[in-house]
Design a protein around this ligand. Structure first.
Ligand code: GDP
Ligand code: MG
Length: 162
């Protein structure tokens, strides 16, 4: 069976940008199960001749007061479904309380987590990645959805967990 990989993180870190870069032109399906999984998008990715299911969580716009609750629901669903979770944050915003919120949920799961820091668009921003070691998920992978950097390395780390 194909492994399932879910991208989890607070809004605006670049989950959908990375999702689209990974699946390329492979068709994504919007699954609409009202009340439960209202905003996940599924696609098929490929890495080194191995294919996998990829879930982009948090695909709809939500109001501010709904954000924290929604992040929790999405993270919990992803934990259930995924074989590996890509926990995404972003170097441009730095570490935020919402990232800590997601980290707390993921920490309690027994699923392997790969921490990816997006928006590392240039070398100067590499130093902004250090603070994310504090999340306790080991060495972060630096990526840039804007430029496509680091995605091969990210998928390598994901497959090491399978
Ligand atoms: P999501 O809410 O986590 O799905 O985030 P999106 O993929 O919708 O991206 C949120 C914003 O960040 C958009 O304006 C993107 O264009 C921008 N973005 C995504 N990846 C990068 C990146 O690597 N660098 C920069 N500078 N911006 C990015
Ligand atoms: Mg999105």
């Amino acid at each position: 069976a194909k492994p399932t990989v879910a991208i989890v993180g607070r809004p605006n870190v670049g989950k959908s940008t990375i999702f689209n870069r990974i699946i390329g032109d492979r068709v994504a399906i919007v699954e609409d199960k009202p009340g439960i999984t209202r905003d996940r998008i599924y696609g098929t990715g490929e890495w080194n001749g191995r294919s996998f299911h990829l879930i982009d969580t948090g695909g709809i716009e939500i109001s501010d007061d709904e954000i924290v609750r929604s992040i929790k629901v999405q993270a919990e669903l992803a934990i259930e479904e995924a074989d590996v979770i890509v926990f995404m944050a972003d170097a441009k915003s730095g570490l935020t309380p919402a990232d800590q919120e997601v980290a707390g949920i993921l920490f309690r799961s027994n699923k392997p987590i790969v921490l990816a820091i997006n928006k590392v668009d240039n070398m100067q921003r590499e130093e902004d990645v250090y603070e994310f070691y504090n999340l306790g998920f080991g060495e972060p992978v630096s990526i840039s959805g804007a430029h496509g950097f680091g995605i091969g390395e990210l998928l390598q780390r994901v497959f090491e967990e399978l």
